[in-house]
Design a binder for this molecule. Structure first.
Ligand SMILES: [Mg+2]
Length: 262
């Protein structure tokens, strides 16, 4: 489902990391965080869990595009009068990190493995939550490739898509493919959990799919249906064991995929 021709990007990209042996690209919502912040807004301030879940199912079956369904979810929040700053504050107070992410990030930093957040959420909201969770200094270091928000003077807002002509809104494969085209491409680890990661799923060397017991696991459903090789993980603690072994040459990507879940 990746777009053959690159969709026009309305937002800049950070320069890619040349000459690295490994790169981590990761979804933010529900992957690095314990809850998806946009789901949280829709469920609590918008039209609620039922409709939101139906929207996700419709994306998964191809009935609607991610771009259109996701916009509708967010519009249900703004239709109830919730201003941008209020939403940012709600998320700042409600969203936490995956239990293993801090250690995972520290390891990557000392092992010279860049970590880039690739999100279909809105960068200013991600920045607010990230700063609270890991501190301003570390939050500034982490690159975020996401959508943006148009915030009006009265605080009303809407999502500004990176790739408005793509049904993905943000076609995440466009953050991966430039790495693939390097003369010596790095090994790419991609982490995701949901329908927003469908555009990226086939382009990683080692795809980690977050699986939360007892919850819907849309990316896992998608990968099984499409036959995309992946490794299930419950948190970044388990993922770190695999990533560190691959980085240190003790495990191949091929053998890592055979583990099935960590
Ligand atoms: Mg997600």
């Amino acid at each position: 489902m990746a777009t053959e021709e690159a969709p026009h990007s309305t937002l800049p990209y950070p320069p890619i990391h040349q000459d690295k042996k490994f790169v981590v690209l990761s979804d933010w919502d529900g992957t690095i965080t314990n809850h998806d912040s946009n789901d949280y807004l829709t469920d609590h301030l918008g039209y609620g869990t039922e409709k939101r879940r139906q929207g996700n199912r419709d994306i998964l079956t191809g009935k609607v595009t991610f771009r259109d369904a996701f916009r509708e979810m967010l519009e249900s929040v703004t239709a109830n009068g919730h201003k941008f700053n209020e939403c940012a504050e709600v998320l700042r107070q409600s969203i936490n990190l995956d239990v293993g992410f801090k250690d995972f990030y520290s390891y990557c930093k000392q092992a010279d493995v860049p970590v880039v957040i690739i999100s279909s959420g809105m960068a200013p909201l991600i920045r607010v939550v990230l700063s609270k969770l890991i501190g301003d200094e570390q939050a500034k270091e982490i690159e975020v490739v996401a959508n943006d928000a148009d915030v009006k003077e009265d605080g009303s807002w809407s999502i500004k898509y990176r790739h408005p002509t793509s049904g993905f809104g943000h076609d995440k494969s466009q953050a991966i493919l430039p790495y693939r085209r390097l003369p010596s491409p790095p090994t790419i680890f991609f982490f995701g959990d949901g329908v927003s990661d469908m555009s990226a799923a086939r382009h990683a060397d080692l795809l980690f799919v977050k699986k939360v017991p007892g919850e819907d696991n849309d990316l896992s459903t998608f990968c099984e249906r499409e036959g995309i090789p992946h490794l299930l993980f419950e948190n970044f603690g388990g993922a770190l064991k695999v990533v560190s072994q691959v980085v240190e040459g003790k495990l191949t990507v091929h053998d890592a995929l055979k583990l099935g879940s960590v």
